[in-house]
Design a protein around this ligand. Structure first.
Ligand code: HEM
Length: 136
């Protein structure tokens, strides 16, 4: 159990890079699509879905680590509550954004909604990562 816990915590920590890279790609691609009024293409769909999946996998690993470490008993407020809450808000923004984007009547509207919601989520995720790694 100890080893599984350590392995999951390690994987969860390393997964931050996948989340941050896919966030950058998804935000950049939707911003370009929005500004240049491009058609919505399969590649746009894929990049957005990869970002959403990366966030969901990060959240799943985080929840597993949180449960295995019985964090609700912990005294470390950052790791027990603030970090999980921050990341769940970001995951919420990603999913609401995707639902809103899918409902947009035009490709430009879809790019605009993706840019807005993914950027909000990206900033929250970046702040959450910098905070938990002790940068600020
Ligand atoms: C995509 C969302 C998330 C990202 C990118 C992320 C990222 C990170 C990072 C970078 C660390 C520090 C790892 C280290 O010290 O090396 C960490 C630790 C931690 N995260 Fe997350 N996290 C996310 C979501 C969550 C969620 C939703 C929970 C709980 C519900 C959670 C629970 C934890 C816990 C308990 C730790 C401390 C683990 C330890 O004891 O080392 N995380 N997270």
């Amino acid at each position: 159990m100890e080893t599984l816990q350590a392995a999951l915590a390690n994987a969860h920590g390393l997964w931050r890079y996948v989340v941050l890279i896919t966030a950058g790609l998804a935000i950049g691609k939707s911003l370009i699509g929005w500004l240049e009024r491009r058609e919505w293409q399969v590649v746009d769909e894929r990049i957005a879905v990869y970002f959403i999946m990366a966030v969901d996998i990060g959240v799943t690993l985080g929840v597993l680590v949180w449960l295995l470490e019985t964090r609700w008993n912990g005294t470390d407020v950052l790791r027990s509550w603030r970090h999980p809450a921050t990341m769940l808000v970001a995951a919420g923004a990603v999913h609401v954004g995707w639902i809103r984007a899918k409902a947009a009547p035009t490709a430009t509207g879809r790019f605009a909604r993706c840019t807005l919601f993914f950027a909000i989520a990206g900033v929250i995720i970046l702040a959450g990562v910098l905070q938990i790694q002790g940068t600020f």
